[in-house]
Design a protein around this ligand. Sequence first.
Ligand SMILES: Cc1cc2nc3c(=O)[nH]c(=O)nc-3n(C[C@H](O)[C@H](O)[C@H](O)COP(=O)(O)OP(=O)(O)OC[C@H]3O[C@@H](n4cnc5c(N)ncnc54)[C@H](O)[C@@H]3O)c2cc1C
Length: 569
Amino acid sequence: MGNFYTDNKDIKFHLDHPLMKKIVDLKERNYTQAQEFEEAPKDFEDAIDNYDRVLEIVGEICADVVNENAESVDEEGPKVVDGHVKYARGTRQNLDVINQAGLNGISLPRKYNGLNFPIVPFIMAAEMVARADAGLQNIWGLQDCAETINEFATEEQRMKYLPRVSAGETCAMDLTEPDAGSDLQAVQLKATLDEKTGIWYLNGVKRFITNGDGHISLVLARSEEGTNDARGLSMFIYDRNSDAVTVRRIENKLGIKGSPTCELVFKDAPAELVGDRKMGLIKYVMALMNAARLGIGGQSVGIAEAAYREGLSYAKSRKQFGRPIIEFPAMYEMLSNMEAKLHGIRTILYETARFVDVYKTYYFVSKERALDKDEKAEMKEYEKLANIYTPLQKLFASEYANEITYDALQIHGGSGFTKDYPIQRYVRDARITNIYEGTSQLQVVAAIRGVTTGQYLKYIREVYETSAIAPEQEYLKDILKEMATELENATDCVTAVGNTEYTDFHARRLVEIAGYTIIGHLLLIDAQRDEVYAKSADIFIKYGQAKVAAHTAFIRNFNPDDLGKYKKA
Ligand SMILES: Cc1cc2nc3c(=O)[nH]c(=O)nc-3n(C[C@H](O)[C@H](O)[C@H](O)COP(=O)(O)OP(=O)(O)OC[C@H]3O[C@@H](n4cnc5c(N)ncnc54)[C@H](O)[C@@H]3O)c2cc1C
């Protein structure tokens, strides 16, 4: 009997973060919910106990059921039968066990039979599911679509759909089309309103839709005839019970094989408008994708955790030249860097999730009562932080999941290249994380404003640099201070040229400098709460310092006139 929660103290460490008190107090409306719902916690400790209990159940199911099924799911994959998806046998068993344990509607209000959990423990559960089977995490994690329904749909729609999600019905997020990938403004799937009945009908094709045959789908469609940009797009709910969407095919993919990636044909599919017309991409998809990007962060950390453990265990058991390979500097350096990166992406993941929790919870409270001046200011501040941290965490978590799985396979030598070990699956599964929910390049596009407007730097200096650090770790704080200065100087150096294309050219370097500095600070702060993280803080900060030096040297030595040498078209 394994348990992916109790065998990993890092998750509990983040659940015990000091900001959780504020989040839980807000989420439980100062525990007044206990008067209405018997299962609601009576105080903060009761709430944390409850999260602990549920995460322990998730951890047990992940270790004993989902992880055990992962290999067969990877082999078998889903199929299309009569225009619908049939999951692999192991996936069906996994979902049955998850449903029986009541692990759906995790973050939905109790009124809709949800558990009313903050985003933080929801992402912790997602991380564990992904450690066991990254493809299943896609299917199960799509319950975050319900968050968007909760936020923007009418009460009638919420009552109609949300209890179904809590009961285990699955969701899908239908955005991408053959000619609309990174650029969702190009979406063409047509939405037509029947004026007599007030029902919308959808016609067209969607591509690459995860769990496209899910029970409840959020669909981005063009509702305004004659438009070609974002302002002509609206968001709709499609209910599979209407049976007007066919799965034309499932992609034959490199990884996350248990997750059906569907091409869908909509033929006069009846649908309900969510919120206001024309706000589909501008408002609702942005909210939907920000939640989904946290989910991919959780998925990346889960895969990285699985890969790190495999790498470590193999390096301890494999002997060459008469010694366990873990004794060779090349191996232990790799493993220590992997561990530091893993701790780093986990800490920025939960920092971001906390920011999202605070502002979203204030948003829902504001629908019940007027917020006071301080609360309003706090909501705004955390929303800004959530917006700038979300792309940064998605970028680093997904890129590091790839690096960690790559290194873990290398540690396995030739055995890593065979199907005898799960590491090849982790490498394949990790590869999608920096592509979907916005590629890494698009995360940089989203994050660069946080650099050029000085928002990251402001937060680093106002909050992280003023945090109390143990005297013996002051040297790390000094390095981080230098890295923040490098961020400022490199940004000035790039923006002084006054050319947007030039800023775009260096954007990835600048965003990464911000990321190394922020993750370094977070690890150092973690090390103040638990000395276990002191080693990772030291290793990561010095690793980041070297990366920053390379990036800043490139920027400083770059002649803006040389941009032309790189152009291919
Ligand atoms: C397994 C899988 C599951 C998926 N699940 C879903 C889902 O559930 N719902 C859904 O709607 N979609 C889904 N997608 C689609 C996914 O989100 C897109 O594939 C992704 O956003 C990239 O779009 P694209 O494939 O069209 O690539 P393109 O947009 O054509 O990009 C190609 C390359 O160009 C780069 N590029 C594009 N624009 C820019 C720019 N402005 N600046 C710099 N570089 C740029 C990209 O980074 C990329 O490297 C899924 C895809 C896969 C493969």
